[in-house]
Design a protein around this ligand. Structure first.
Ligand SMILES: O=c1ccn([C@@H]2O[C@H](COP(=O)(O)OP(=O)(O)O)[C@@H](O)[C@H]2O)c(=O)[nH]1
Ligand SMILES: O=C(O)[C@@H](COP(=O)(O)O)O[C@H]1O[C@H](CO)[C@@H](O)[C@H](O)[C@H]1O
Length: 325
C-alpha cells in the first residue's frame, strides 16, 4: 500500500484554499473591492506578438467595463521590439525596467522587472501575469483576485492550469511546464513538502498583498517564482496561501537549452534557500557555471552560462533607506 505523499496539513489546506476562476466573477469582486487598490503588472521582454491583445482585453474588461483594476502596468524588460509601443496603444502604462530606481546598478531578468514594479505601482494588491500567453482571458486576473479581495487572511495566490506544449507546428495537449515537472516540483517535495500542494509552482500568474511582496527578496532571473514561494511560506505560512484553477494556459515555449539554463537558475535559487534556512551546511559553494553543448558547423562546442542567483533585497528595506528610517 503506498502511503499518501502529501502531508495531512497540505491535504487539508488544499481542500480549504482551492477554488476555480469561475467562482470569482468581476461583479462579485466589485462588491468586495471597497477601498483596496489593485495593480496588474505584466513583465514583458520582446512580447510584441501578444502584449497588445493581453493589455487590450484587460483594459476593456477590467478598467472600462468593470473598473476593478486601478493600475495596468507593463514593465518593459529591455525589449528590442515594439512591445512598449503596442502596450501603450492598448491602454497600459509602460515603464522601462532600467529607468526604475536609477541609482541602483541595473540587473537583468524577469525577477528584476517584477521587483522594480513594486517601486512604480501603488496597489494594495498586485497581480502578475506573463505577457506571452496565447488566448488570454481576464478570468486569469479575476480568479487570482478572488481569494485576496474576499478573505483578509489570504496573502498570496498562485494560479494553476493545464499546460499544452507547443511543438514546431503542433500543440501537444499536455507536457508544458517542463522545468516545473523535472526540477521545481521534485525540489519542493524533497525540501519544502509544505509546498507540495502547489500545482504550478513556477506559474507566472500570481497575486499578493503589497505588504508581503515588499517583505521578501526577489531573485532577479527565472528563479523569482521559486524564491517567492519558499520565502513567502517561511514568512506567512501555508495558511496564508490560496490557489486558483485558471483552466488552460498556452504560452511561447522556450527551447530545451534555454530551459536548461532556467533550471540552473532555479537550482541555484533552491540552493541559496537550503543554505539560508540551515537545511544544508555549505562546505564549499557549488559552482554557478553551467556548460551546455551545441553543434556549430558540424562541430560540438561548449556554451558556458553563469546561473548564479542575483537577488534584490525586500523593497521595504529600500523604502526605509530612502525615507531615512
Ligand atoms: O528578462 C526577462 C525575461 C522574461 N520576461 C518576461 O517574463 C515572462 C515569462 O518569461 P518567459 O516567457 O521567457 O519564460 P517561460 O514562460 O518560457 O518560462 C514573459 O512575460 C517575459 O516577457 C521579462 O520580463 N524579462
Ligand atoms: O513552468 C515551467 O516549467 C516553465 C517552462 O514552461 P514550458 O515547459 O515552456 O511550458 O515556465 C515557467 O517558468 C518560469 C520560471 O519560473 C516562469 O517565469 C514562467 O512564467 C513560467 O511559464
Amino acid at each position: 500500500m503506498c502511503l499518501p505523499v502529501l502531508l495531512p496539513e497540505v491535504r487539508e489546506w488544499l481542500s480549504r484554499r482551492s477554488s476555480s476562476a469561475a467562482r470569482w466573477p468581476a461583479e462579485l469582486l466589485m462588491r468586495h473591492k471597497g477601498g483596496t487598490r489593485v495593480s496588474v503588472v505584466l513583465p514583458a521582454r520582446n512580447e510584441e506578438a501578444t502584449i497588445g491583445e493581453i493589455v487590450g482585453r484587460i483594459h476593456r474588461d477590467l478598467v472600462v467595463d468593470v473598473p476593478l483594476i486601478d493600475e495596468l502596468v507593463v514593465l518593459d524588460s529591455r525589449s528590442s521590439d515594439r512591445t512598449a509601443e503596442l502596450a501603450v496603444a492598448a491602454g497600459a502604462v509602460t515603464i522601462a525596467q532600467d529607468s526604475v530606481l536609477p541609482g541602483l546598478t541595473p540587473l537583468w531578468g524577469k525577477g528584476e522587472a517584477l521587483w522594480k514594479s513594486l517601486a512604480v505601482t501603488t496597489g494594495d494588491v498586485i497581480v502578475f501575469v506573463d505577457s506571452d500567453i496565447r488566448g488570454f482571458t481576464t478570468d486569469f486576473i479575476t480568479g487570482l483576485l478572488g481569494p485576496l479581495l474576499t478573505d483578509p487572511t489570504v496573502m498570496y495566490v498562485k494560479g494553476h492550469y493545464d499546460r499544452p506544449l507547443h511543438d514546431r507546428d503542433s500543440v501537444e495537449p499536455a507536457g508544458g511546464g517542463r522545468v516545473t515537472e523535472l526540477v521545481a516540483r521534485p525540489l519542493l517535495n524533497m525540501f519544502w513538502p509544505q509546498l507540495a500542494g502547489i500545482v504550478q509552482p513556477l506559474a507566472g500568474e500570481y497575486a499578493g498583498r503589497r505588504e508581503v511582496l515588499e517583505a521578501v527578496p526577489f531573485v532577479c532571473g527565472y528563479g523569482v517564482e521559486f524564491g517567492l514561494l519558499v520565502d513567502l511560506v517561511d514568512l506567512v505560512g501555508l495558511e496564508a496561501f490560496a490557489q486558483v484553477d485558471l483552466g488552460e494556459r498556452v504560452h511561447a515555449n522556450q527551447s530545451t537549452q534555454a530551459l536548461g539554463r532556467m533550471a540552473g537558475q532555479i537550482i541555484s535559487t533552491a540552493w541559496t534557500r537550503l543554505h539560508r534556512q540551515g537545511l544544508v551546511i555549505l562546505s564549499d559553494p557549488p559552482t554557478t557555471l553551467l556548460t551546455q553543448f551545441v553543434r556549430m558547423g558540424g562541430e560540438l562546442v561548449t556554451d558556458d552560462h553563469d546561473v548564479r542567483v542575483l537577488e534584490r533585497p525586500p523593497m521595504a528595506h529600500i523604502r526605509a533607506l530612502r525615507e531615512g528610517r
